[in-house]
Design a protein around this ligand. Structure first.
Ligand SMILES: [Zn+2]
Length: 234
């Protein structure tokens, strides 16, 4: 099931990573998943050792409060973008995308350089949006929406997008869809470069993001007017 999930969503996942998963027994994989939940809940192993008995209820409440604190929850729940956009956005917000810094930490790869700029090391923070390539893409998408500000760091962008998510205006809906489409396209471009050794310049990616957002949003009456006011090809 885990392998089917990875094939479905990652498509071109690194073969070594798949081998690691294939070779791991069900018990090992369950243990890895349990450790992930425990860490997400902010519970240390020392704390668990000192518990007189393990309580599912306590873990549930700790996890529940952790998820409630996630400021980007509304950004995901109220996002009118395609499911494939929000799926990658969730993984990016949860820091679950298999970026090269994580793979290197696990000993799966020695390659740490970002395939987009080929200068800095690849991490979530770098890809969204410290990288010169992705910064150029996102800055243009901001400018297309009439927002003339530089790209911010990943946490600041998530916070800004989450603040937008509280509103339901055409501007807010387009903003939420745009960041989801942008994160998805940047992740696609990154995978294209790593797994297919192909690359696209920033301009066609920017146009594709805009076309995707316009294509998805124009069918909504509330958005169609606002979208028609924006320059289709910046
Ligand atoms: Zn880069």
């Amino acid at each position: 099931m885990a392998l089917q999930w990875i094939h479905a969503y990652y498509g071109k996942a690194h073969p070594i990573w798949l081998n690691v998963l294939k070779q791991a027994s069900l018990v090992v994989r369950k243990n890895m998943k349990a450790k992930e939940y425990i860490e997400t809940a902010g519970v240390s192993m020392d704390e668990i050792v000192n518990w007189e008995k393990f309580s599912i209820k306590t873990m549930y409440l700790r996890l529940k409060s952790t998820f409630q604190k996630m400021p980007w929850k509304k950004l995901i729940c109220n996002n009118g973008g395609l499911p494939k956009w929000t799926f990658i956005l969730i993984l990016a917000a949860q820091r679950s995308l298999l970026t090269r810094d994580r793979l290197a930490k696990w000993g799966i790869t020695d390659e740490t350089v970002c395939p987009l700029c080929t200068v800095e090391n690849e991490s979530i923070e770098h890809l969204f949006f410290s990288c010169s390539f992705s910064t150029s893409v996102w800055s243009n998408i901001l400018s297309w929406q009439g927002l003339n500000r530089p790209a911010l760091g990943w946490q600041e962008e998530l916070k800004t997008a989450s603040d937008y998510a509280k509103g339901n205006s055409a501007d807010a809906v387009i903003y939420k869809m745009s960041i989801a489409a942008c994160v998805h396209q940047i992740w696609q471009e990154r995978n294209l470069r790593i797994f297919q050794h192909q690359s696209r310049p920033a301009t066609p990616i920017i146009r594709m993001i805009i076309q995707e957002v316009v294509g998805k949003g124009a069918i909504q009456k509330k958005l169609s007017r606002k979208l028609s006011e924006l320059n289709f090809y910046p």
